[in-house]
Design a protein. Structure first.
Length: 765
């Protein structure tokens, strides 16, 4: 049954989505949904589906869109069945460390953005400002300067004639230019078409916890490039986010750890690697150079930490990762290994970066000599290991002593991941495996969201209806991959290799309100866990069923799914919580898994126009119980919420909390609950009131890391001009001094925030 569209939904559809001829709208909303369903379902004939099966799929797709129970991402609604034909929402564009690489990426981004897609970039490969450019003898301008080239290009492009380009820029926290990156948007005239995130490592967060410094690394050479105080850098990130809403944080190691297809490359993040001649002990084959193992997934020798015995474990596929500056590690005992500066080596004081090893450090080694192990008990399987390795011993780890670590030039390098112990033996030395595997260059993802608020029946969530929609939506999104017209051949190849889809949710706050559950209640947390698990389990079941009919995604071999013994899947990922800005307006529901921003507010959309919105569940309840008055709605539009409003009954105040009435811990906890069952990231903004402090922002970052989130965005009300949702007055800007009290350097002073790009000292508000 077709749902009734709100006036706001109709306004958005007319402005951005409905087909036009010579500027005149020639399509109704019903025709839009029919167009999309017909175009997407038509590809099923390629998979051998009979005409009646295709017709049934088309009817199911049209029904769930016209009912507004499911909507795909905006490019699919805009472009399906129309000449542009580009249906995906988000793309990852690689940015290589060369002039050619940078401007090629700008061209690729332009091709994507003019079709309606958003683009994400990691600028972490780019050498820092002032670094040597060997080909010219000059110095590099650095990633922050080059990012502005992308921003200017985006400004000139109107995506598909419907929306302005959107970009996500990311820089690793250990890049030498990280402080300049953090500060760039304090100037409101810069990077207006970008959201920014700092890619934060586990090592950085440990340094924050311990109150120590951490190393900056030159991505060109892998060499150390200085140190910064970790807590001061986290303060700088939090202060900038308090002032202007950017940057967010991405926990890059956690993303890498859970990446479903680690066998695929190239790899975006800085990565520890060894040279191709490093010998790896492979079960049944003896010691082989890692360079000869590229493309295979061998069982390799590693160390069981409990017994200190050498064991064989399954590794992921070995990959080549380019040419890097390498160092030669030599021990007194004569063992040598060439590896990158950031490669962790197992020592008596824990895993230590190669360039931080000192003469006399003890490093874990294998094999031991017969003299070393005389009289010691054998490890289980020692004879088999000794037979394959050709060495005497008991297959037990011993210690070697570092003699020196010296740079030896640039060489091709390689890596692998051993997911059980995260270590492997290379040339007899125990090193941490290479786990940096973020999103792949040129991949795109097709997104769609289910409106949970429309699935509440008789005070209960309609689980059977939800199951049906999940299965239909997974089928729809998989069809979109084949129905898409890709802007670049590289994108089509990368996307079809993994066939990633992102099925998510919207209307979560509406569903809770209909169920009588407060967003910040234990019952809401419990339901969130159940819903997230149900979404993952059913979406995987749907993907398995598609794989039986259509085949697994081509990169299945070597994927984490295969390694875990999972039945073949059609899609490398099935779940995400994506932003649902305009599609939630079309559906007439709350955005994503966000709490209600306000029960009544003005929404700035469509190039400065304002739409007034009142939460329908609250309005209906207020009218039913007789406390709805114009004065009440006017007060809510000014202040957002009703907690503490004597005109509203206590139980209703409790039932309808808004974003600024919910504490930081609740925001982050809700995100973390959903994140546990999402294959990709969870898009959620931790909305804070204008009175919040930078310390509160920092606390949100630390809690998000502790609870297992993949990233976090914090936004303090009123910290950015032109914000989408507006409810009240703004705080004044504080005065600021021009120089850093710590090092004397000139400060960036903007938006009531002061930040030093030399040492990281910062203060805001």
């Amino acid at each position: 049954m077709a749902a009734t569209l709100t006036e706001n939904a109709l306004a958005v559809l007319r402005a951005r989505y409905l087909a036009r001829e010579e500027g005149v709208i020639v399509e109704t909303p019903e025709q839009l949904f029919r167009r999309v369903a017909h175009h997407v379902s038509a590809v099923e004939a390629r998979h051998g589906y009979a005409p009646e099966e295709v017709a049934a799929a088309r009817a199911a797709f049209e029904r769930m869109m016209t009912s507004l129970e499911f909507l795909p991402n905006s490019p699919t609604l805009m472009n399906a069945g129309r000449p542009l034909g580009q249906l995906a929402a988000c793309f990852v564009v690689p940015v290589d460390d060369s002039t050619t690489g940078v401007f090629e990426a700008v061209r690729w981004a332009a091709e994507i953005q003019k079709t309606g897609g958003g683009t994400g970039f990691s600028f972490s490969r780019l050498r820092p400002s002032g670094d040597l450019v060997a080909s010219t003898g000059g110095t590099a301008s650095g990633p922050v300067s080059l990012m502005q080239v992308f921003d200017v290009a985006t400004e000139a492009i109107k995506q598909g004639g419907t929306r302005r380009g959107a970009n996500m820029g990311m820089l690793r926290v250990d890049h030498p230019d990280i402080l300049e990156f953090i500060a760039i948007k304090l100037d409101p005239s810069r990077m207006r078409n970008f959201n920014l995130s700092v890619a934060v490592t586990d090592a950085f967060m440990r340094a924050v916890r311990d109150g120590t410094t951490y190393d900056l690394v030159n991505p060109r050479s892998g060499a150390p490039a200085g140190k910064l105080d970790a807590r001061r850098v986290l303060d700088a990130i939090a202060n900038a986010a308090w002032a202007i809403g950017d940057p967010g944080m991405v926990f890059i190691d956690r993303i890498n750890e859970l990446q479903p297809t680690p066998a695929l490359g190239p790899i975006e993040a800085t990565n520890p690697c060894v040279t191709g001649d490093a010998l790896v002990l492979v079960e049944g084959r003896g010691r082989l150079p890692i360079g000869e193992l590229v493309g295979t997934a061998p069982r390799i020798a590693t160390l069981d930490p409990a017994s200190e015995c050498v064991v064989f474990r399954q590794a992921t596929r070995v990959v080549a990762t380019g040419v890097r500056q390498v160092y030669r590690l030599a021990t007194v005992e004569g063992l040598t290994l060439r590896l990158t500066a950031d490669h962790l080596v197992a020592t008596h004081r824990g895993d230590v970066r190669a360039v931080e090893l000192e003469p006399g450090d003890r490093v874990a080694m294998f094999p031991a000599t017969a003299a070393d192990v005389a009289g010691e008990p054998y490890c289980e399987g020692a004879e088999r290991i000794a037979e394959q390795d050709g060495t005497a011993g008991v297959a037990r780890m011993r210690w070697a002593q570092v003699a020196e670590v010296v740079p030896v030039g640039e060489e091709p390098v390689f890596d692998l991941t051993e997911p059980t112990t995260s270590h492997f033996f290379a040339n007899g030395l125990l090193v941490h495996n290479c786990g940096e595997q973020p999103l792949l260059p040129f991949e795109s993802c097709t997104l769609g969201s289910i409106d949970l608020g429309k699935l509440v029946e008789g005070g209960q969530l309609a689980w059977d209806r939800l199951r049906t929609i999940i299965h239909d939506a997974v089928r729809f999104l998989d069809d979109v991959i084949d129905a898409n017209r890709y802007p670049l051949a590289e994108i089509e190849r990368a996307t079809k290799a993994t066939r990633k889809i992102g099925l998510g949710l919207m209307g979560w706050a509406d569903a809770l309100a209909e169920l009588g559950l407060a967003y910040d209640s234990e019952d809401a947390f419990g339901l969130a866990d159940r819903v997230a698990a149900f979404l993952e389990d059913e979406s995987l079941a749907a993907s398995r069923a598609l794989a039986e009919r259509r085949g697994a995604f081509p990169a299945w071999t070597g994927s984490r799914w295969e390694d875990a013994g999972e039945r073949p899947l059609r899609n490398a990922t099935t779940t995400t919580i994506a932003p649902t800005g305009t599609i939630s307006i079309i559906a007439g529901c709350s955005s994503g898994i966000e709490p209600l921003y306000a029960l009544a507010y003005h929404r700035n959309v469509l190039d400065g126009a304002q739409l007034t919105e009142v939460n329908p569940a609250f309005q209906r309840l207020a009218e039913e119980r007789g406390f709805a008055t114009p004065a009440l709605f006017e007060a809510i539009a000014e202040h957002g919420g009703v907690r503490g409003n004597a005109a509203v009954p206590d139980d209703v105040q409790r039932r309808f909390p808004t974003a600024h009435e919910i504490d930081v811990a609740t925001h982050v906890r809700m995100q973390a609950i959903f994140q546990r069952r999402m294959h990709a990231a969870v898009s959620k903004t931790i909305n804070l009131p204008n009175s919040s402090t930078a310390a509160g922002v920092k606390a949100a970052y630390e809690l998000a890391y502790e609870l297992g989130c993949k990233g976090i965005t914090v936004y303090r009300d009123g910290s950015r001009d032109g914000q989408v949702l507006v409810t009240g007055a703004r705080a004044a800007i504080v005065a600021a001094s021009p120089s850093c009290p710590e090092c004397g350097s000139e400060l960036v002073v903007q938006s009531s925030c002061r930040l030093c790009r030399s040492c990281g000292w910062s203060v805001c508000g």
